[in-house]
Design a protein around this ligand. Sequence first.
Ligand SMILES: Cc1cc2nc3c(=O)[nH]c(=O)nc-3n(C[C@H](O)[C@H](O)[C@H](O)COP(=O)(O)OP(=O)(O)OC[C@H]3O[C@@H](n4cnc5c(N)ncnc54)[C@H](O)[C@@H]3O)c2cc1C
Ligand SMILES: NC(=O)c1ccc[n+]([C@@H]2O[C@H](COP(=O)([O-])OP(=O)(O)OC[C@H]3O[C@@H](n4cnc5c(N)ncnc54)[C@H](OP(=O)(O)O)[C@@H]3O)[C@@H](O)[C@H]2O)c1
Length: 250
Amino acid sequence: MSEKWLEARVIGNRHWTDALFSLRVEAPPLRFEAGQFVRIALDTRKGDAGSRVARPFSFVNPPDDPVLEFYGIVVPEGPLSPRLAGLKEGDSLYVATNPAGFLVLSELPDARSLWLVSTGTGIAPFLSMLRTGGPWERFEHVVLVQAVRYARELAYRELIDEIGRNRQSLKYITFVSRETHPASLAGRIPAALRDGRLERAAGLEISQSSHLMLCGNPDMLKDATAALAERGLRKHRRRNPGHISVESFW
Ligand SMILES: Cc1cc2nc3c(=O)[nH]c(=O)nc-3n(C[C@H](O)[C@H](O)[C@H](O)COP(=O)(O)OP(=O)(O)OC[C@H]3O[C@@H](n4cnc5c(N)ncnc54)[C@H](O)[C@@H]3O)c2cc1C
Ligand SMILES: NC(=O)c1ccc[n+]([C@@H]2O[C@H](COP(=O)([O-])OP(=O)(O)OC[C@H]3O[C@@H](n4cnc5c(N)ncnc54)[C@H](OP(=O)(O)O)[C@@H]3O)[C@@H](O)[C@H]2O)c1
C-alpha cells in the first residue's frame, strides 16, 4: 500500500549548534502516543512525489500540542537531514499519516522507577513523554539521561529544567564524552552502568523494579543492554516481560 502524506508548513527551525536543529511544523492533526515517530519527507524535485525522500523522526511535542516538533542532527552525507536543517519558516514538507513505534509507556510493565536513557537526538521521544502525565502517574522515580559528545549539544535544557520544577521526582543526568564538563559524567553510559557512577549520580539503584528505555545510537543500545544483562535485567517483550525497551535510530 502506498504511503499517505499530509502537507505541512515550517513555522520555526531553531539551530542549537551547526549540526543540531529543532523543526516546528504546522500540520493537520495526527494521533500518536508520546514516544512514537512519524516519517517526514521532502521531494528532491519540486512537485515530483516519485523523488520523495522520507525518514522517521520522533515527536518532541506531546500528543495534545497541535504544533509538531522534531529534533535532528545533520549527517553531512545523508540524503535528508542536511535539507531539513536548511528549512526556513514558510517552507513546506510532508508528514506521513501513520505515526508508529513501541517505545511508549503503554507497552511497559509496572515498575517503581523509569530510566529514560538517550544518546544524541535519542532524547526526542523522552521529551514528548515527560510532557504527558504518564511518567508521573505510573512511576515513583523518573531519571532522564542525556549523553552527548560536547556540552554545547545538551539541547532542551530550559524545557528539562521547567519540567523538573513541576515534577520533583525527575532526576536529570548528563554525559559529555569528548571534553571535560564538570556538571556532567564523563565517558559512556555502559561503563557508568558497570562501575555504578550512573546510579550514584542519580541517587537511585537500578534493580528488578526498574524499567529502562534506551534510545539513540545502536551501539549504545547493545552495550547498555549487555551491561544490564550482567545484573540480571533483560529485554522487555509482551509475552515475556522484562526491564529494557529500546529504539534504535539507525
Ligand atoms: C524509529 C526512528 C526514529 C528516529 N527519530 C529521529 C529523531 O527524532 N531525530 C533524528 O535526528 N533522527 C531520527 N532518526 C534517524 C533519521 O530517520 C535519519 O536517519 C537521520 O535524520 C539521518 O537522515 P539522512 O537521510 O540524512 O541519513 P541516513 O541515510 O538516514 O543516515 C546515514 C547515517 O547517519 C547516521 N545517523 C542517522 N541518524 C542519526 C542520528 N539521529 N544521530 C546520529 N547519527 C545518525 C547513521 O550512521 C546512519 O547510518 C530516527 C530513526 C528511526 C529508525
Ligand atoms: N556531534 C557533532 O559534533 C556532529 C557535528 C556534525 C555532524 N555530526 C554527525 O552526527 C552523527 C553523530 O551524532 P551524535 O554525536 O549525536 O551521535 P553519537 O555518535 O551517537 O554520540 C552521542 C553520544 O553517544 C555516545 N556513544 C557512542 N557509541 C556509544 C556506545 N557504544 N555506548 C555508549 N555510548 C556511545 C558518544 O560517545 P563517544 O563520544 O565516546 O563516541 C556520545 O557521547 C555523525 O554522523 C556525524 O557526522 C555530529
